[in-house]
Design a binder for this molecule. Structure first.
Ligand code: ADP
Ligand code: MG
Length: 714
């Protein structure tokens, strides 16, 4: 039995209890797994700041001090002296710990983990505290510092840099403290080092100036010095990103060689008729993307392409022209939207574009009548309907195509993998070409990973004459100003969106907010001078559609709603977007919402209303919105602001793979380097069959770098 694969409970110092903890908290099963739990920072024993020298503008400080007092602060805000009874602890809203290091005193504040910290930060005991100092009421404090045992003497660390490992309350309670973790790593290294095998071939190490794996593992846990650490981190990050990209690109190589695609070669009458009667010139980016799509579809392989384009960049036209390419070659096309409202809107627009072509287009949604359905089903089956627009209803089994050649999926993030697979099956005998369109700008590094095996086209140019939306933030204490502004815009004949957040956990409360806001607006904008419509998720589809269209056709000047309008709705006459409790929205959502205005020729506005509780982070999000209209810039900033911790593994990003050391937010350059290099390796040896690449093939076979089928749209 090899040491690397030995069960973790048999490592000296572990045992069954700790093994269970390591498994549940860190996913560690074997010695080898443990070695892949890396420190996320290092304590440099030479850099402890005396409290006297700490300042609020430092990015972080490391303080070593003794607990003087520890105070639980109750719900009423009144200070209760700690008696240690569980009732007081449970009732406490905050824990305040005063620390003294001989040069001064500083407060450590906890809003979470109160019981645990209260019990371990006993007066008289000494700890190392690490965190961002901030000023509060003229005093310095650290909120939720990281806490370690003091470093003076008795540590196991060999160099001056001591690794700090990810930890949890349960781990520490179970005796796996930072110090113990260092000991375990040391034991695991001693057992495993002799049998650790290099994962990268020699030539790759040389060409990329990487240190060997054994060196890297030794020094990432116990750095000889900061230079050794730096080289080790680089090696391990490169390895991770390289294999990730190698795995993705290999799939892509196999797919593009193996798959058969319907031949969509000629540009024919329908395409030309539509193109010739466009009311505007296509942007350069639209033309380029259509060329890319055509090249894909005529290439003999199935197209799997992601089309990214900011809101308003003109993706619909690209979809229509691509569909017409399919039609000119004897196929049908379907265009699928995530909501009924959107499908209707697409249908209306597309029908207009299709007028000069004579191509028959139909709409199929959940509310199509039986009679309509029957007609559509037979039209699709006999091929007389060329383009079908619809919602999930298109996926139903009784929807059968004569010859489906292209499936366009709008706003892909709302569709599950299974659903996409269903579309797949609707091709004649060969699966249709697939074009996924998304208006959610994704940072490049994330796109490279999530869609690493897809081809990506980007419309990076807005139609000419588009004015950026003027954006401002305002405190809700000044709502009067907002109402006045709305009134003026309505006098000019414009329409206004007012959006409220609706977040799952507190749905009831949010709905109350929305209804109160609605009442307030009705009072400020009374009938019959004004008409106000309201739309939210709790309404029936019928009511929702009715109210929505009241606004869309201009019968109502104001639409009060939750984020149901987030996606795609096009009301060119709407020039103002008021977002209530804007601090509660994420950046990408704010950007999507703002994209609902600024579609006509008029100047348009986005007003971000926030309340007094808005945190610093939320403020900086809103400030970013005021500063730029560029969705990609916002996405990049968003990723930086929230950091990899929030992004990776969250629902938001849905990142289907867990990285142990590299970060998509911070290691973009290296990711690029790794991708280019992986591509070079595969170019020379697409199936990794050459003896020099034996190690690579072996490593990939372990499956560590397989993505869940998330990125597969096919
Ligand atoms: P999105 O990419 O958000 O789906 P749309 O396809 O809805 O964007 O296009 C937004 C608006 O821009 C539509 O009203 C459309 O008619 C218009 N549009 C699209 N392409 C151009 C162009 N090249 N020049 C001028 N207007 C355009
Ligand atoms: Mg669109």
């Amino acid at each position: 039995m090899s040491a690397l694969n030995s069960e973790i409970q048999y490592l000296s110092g572990v045992g069954p209890k700790r093994a269970a903890l390591l498994r549940s908290e860190l996913g560690v099963e074997t010695f080898g797994d443990l070695l892949r739990i890396f420190p996320f920072r290092y304590i440099d024993r030479t850099s402890i700041t005396p409290i006297r020298d700490a300042r609020g503008d430092l990015a972080y400080v490391q303080i070593q001090g003794t607990v003087v007092s520890s105070t639980l602060i109750g719900p009423g805000g009144s200070t209760q002296m700690a008696k240690g009874g569980p009732v007081e602890i449970r009732a406490a809203k905050r824990l305040s710990v005063i620390v003294d290091d001989g040069s001064g005193q500083m407060e450590m504040v906890f809003f979470k983990g109160i019981k645990w910290n209260y019990e371990r930060l006993k007066p008289g005991s000494t700890f190392l505290f690490f965190g961002k100092p901030s000023e509060f009421n003229g005093r310095l404090n650290i909120v939720h510092p990281e806490i370690d045992n003091p470093v003076a003497g008795g540590t196991e660390a060999r160099g001056t840099l001591t690794g700090v490992y990810p930890s949890t309350e349960k781990l520490k309670n179970g005796g796996i403290t930072g110090k113990v973790m260092c000991k375990l790593q040391s034991a695991a290294l001693a057992m495993c080092l002799p049998e650790i095998k290099e994962t990268l071939p020699d030539y790759i190490l040389k060409e990329n100036a990487l240190v060997p794996l054994t060196y890297a593992l030794r020094n990432i846990h116990f750095p000889a010095d900061s230079y050794a650490l730096q080289k080790s981190v680089r090696r391990l990050k490169f390895e991770e990103l390289f294999f990730l990209q190698l795995s993705l690109l290999k799939q892509k190589y196999i797919q593009s060689r193996g798959s058969v695609g319907l031949p969509v070669t000629k540009v024919g009458a329908a395409f030309n008729a539509c193109y010739g009667s466009l009311p505007y010139e296509l942007t350069g980016a639209q033309k380029r993307v259509i060329r890319e799509i055509h090249n894909d579809m005529k290439g003999g392989h199935q197209m799997n392409r992601l089309l990214q384009g900011d809101v308003g960049s003109g993706k619909t036209m690209v979809a229509v022209l691509s569909a017409l390419l399919a039609i000119d070659n004897g196929y049908q096309a379907c265009i699928m939207a995530p909501t009924e409202v959107l499908a209707q809107q697409h249908f209306a627009n597309i029908s207009r574009y299709l007028e000069p072509t004579g191509v028959r287009c139909a709409l199929l949604t959940g509310s199509s009548t039986q009679k309509e359905r029957r007609e559509i089903h037979s039209g699709l089956e006999d091929g007389s309907i060329g383009i079908i627009v619809g919602t999930h209803a298109l996926l139903e089994d009784n929807v059968v195509f004569h010859a489906l050649g292209l499936a366009v999926i709008d706003e892909q993030h709302r569709f599950g993998v299974d659903q996409r697979a269903k579309l797949w099956g609707k091709g004649p005998s060969v699966p249709p070409h697939v074009l996924v369109m998304t208006a959610t700008p994704i940072p490049r590094t994330l796109a490279m990973t999530l869609y690493g095996d897809l081809d990506v086209s980007v419309i990076d140019e807005l139609p000419p004459g588009r004015k950026p939306v003027k954006t401002a933030m305002i405190s809700d204490a000044k709502k009067g100003t907002v109402y006045n502004f709305m009134r003026k815009q309505i006098e000019l004949g414009r329409q206004v969106f007012v959006v409220y957040p609706l977040i799952f956990e507190s749905e009831k409360m949010d709905l109350n907010n929305l209804e109160m806001g609605y009442e307030e607006i009705l009072k400020r904008f009374p009938d019959p001078d004004y008409k106000v419509a309201i739309v939210h998720g709790q309404q029936s589809a019928e009511v929702k559609n009715f109210n929505m269209s009241a606004f869309a056709v201009g019968r109502a000047q104001i639409l009060v709603s939750t984020t149901v309008i987030e996606v795609g709705v096009d009301v060119p006459n709407a020039s103002v977007m008021v977002i209530e409790s804007a601090q509660r929205f994420g950046l990408s959502q704010l950007h999507q919402l703002r994209g609902r205005v600024g579609r006509g020729a008029d100047e348009s506005y986005c007003i971000l209303v926030h309340d007094f509780k808005t945190s610093k982070e939320a403020k900086s999000r809103l400030e970013l919105m005021c500063r730029t209209n560029d969705g990609f810039e916002i996405a990049e900033e968003d990723m930086k602001m929230r950091g990899p911790g929030d992004l990776e593994g969250t629902q938001q990003s849905g990142l289907p793979i867990k990285l142990s050391i590299a970060s998509l937010a911070k290691d973009g350059l290296m990711l690029n380097e790794a991708r280019v290099y992986a591509d070079k390796v595969l170019n020379a040896d697409p199936s990794l069959e050459l003896p020099v690449n034996r190690l690579l093939a072996e490593e990939l076979r372990k499956g560590k770098y397989d993505m869940k089928d998330y990125s597969k749209i096919s």
